[in-house]
Design a protein around this ligand. Structure first.
Ligand code: COA
Length: 260
């Protein structure tokens, strides 16, 4: 499929999706959000893709936010719909994807950009990255899940301060806060993400998808995460991956998971 705002490349089980609007610091307009939805949906269905890396093009930005020029004249109803649709088709969609999604934060991740990185399963940043949710400086609040995911990741007090001050933190502060898992140089960012993705891709894709569901269950209203874990744990016993994983262990060989 061809896209106007993103580039999708698959390499031996690892698919990199690059948001490609460098002149606008990869700001998320609605067309980009829709294209990302299509790309994530396609990659989830594509048996060859085991892990997805999401990054931004250019050396300056991952994503500098939602495209302000698109919503500057919106009214209450349009604003509500913008957040609801974006959350449904992209941010919640990515968080609940059955395949691992790693955000390679290669520069500014602001507003919707940080919200997108936070919707990914984990984040790795280059040392030039800057992160923040500056929405209150525009008279609005984060609308793509930022008020929920930021406190989950860094704690309520830090999230309150970061959102209220609209300030940015650098990559090392983000590491210190637990917002990103690793910090590296710009050159090493994608190689490091690929190395971790490769390690993930050697494991059972079915079990990983169950792990994503069980971990996410903790954060869902009215859902008991321990019960979801029990269900998902049980389901694993009916998979070919489980048979292969346990047989390979007992035969003292490396597992070759069928992914079913
Ligand atoms: N929406 C729309 N356009 C954006 C954008 C956004 N969120 N972020 C950057 N851009 C555009 C700029 O308008 C500019 O376009 P132009 O050249 O056509 O004028 C281009 O990207 C480059 O940005 P510029 O501001 O010139 O770069 P900079 O290096 O001086 O500053 C930032 C970088 C990230 C500090 C600054 O672009 C910024 O504050 N962006 C908005 C961040 C934000 O508030 N995001 C939350 C949105 S809810």
């Amino acid at each position: 499929m061809s896209y106007n705002n993103i580039v999708v490349k698959e390499n031996n089980g690892i698919t990199t999706i690059t948001i490609n609007r460098p002149n606008k610091l990869n700001a998320l307009n609605m067309e980009t959000i829709k294209e990302l939805h299509e790309a994530f949906k396609d990659e989830e269905a594509d048996e060859d893709t085991k892990v997805i890396i999401l990054t931004g093009s250019g050396e300056k930005a991952f994503v500098a936010g939602a495209d302000i020029s698109e919503f500057a004249d919106f009214d209450v109803k349009e604003g509500t719909n913008l957040a609801a649709k974006g959350q449904r088709i992209l941010f919640d969609f990515v968080e609940n994807l059955s395949k691992p999604v790693i955000a390679a934060v290669n520069g500014f991740a602001l507003g919707g950009g940080l919200e997108l990185a936070m919707a990914c399963h984990f984040r790795i940043a280059s040392d030039n990255a800057k992160m923040g949710l500056p929405e209150v400086s525009l008279g609005v609040i984060p609308g793509y899940g930022g008020t929920q995911r930021l406190p989950q990741l860094i704690g309520k007090g830090r999230a309150m301060e970061l959102i209220m001050t609209a300030s940015m933190i650098d990559a090392n502060q983000a590491l210190n806060y637990g917002l990103v898992n690793h910090v590296t140089t710009q050159e090493e960012l994608l190689p490091l993400c690929e190395k971790i993705a490769r390690k993930i891709s050697n494991n059972s894709t079915v079990a990983i998808s169950s792990a994503i569901k069980a971990i996410n269950a903790h954060y869902k209203d009215g859902v008991n995460g321990f019960n979801i874990e029990i269900q998902e744990f049980g389901n694993c016993f009916g998979t070919d991956d489980f048979t292969e994983g346990t047989t390979a262990f007992l035969q003292k060989r490396k597992a070759d998971f069928p992914g079913k």
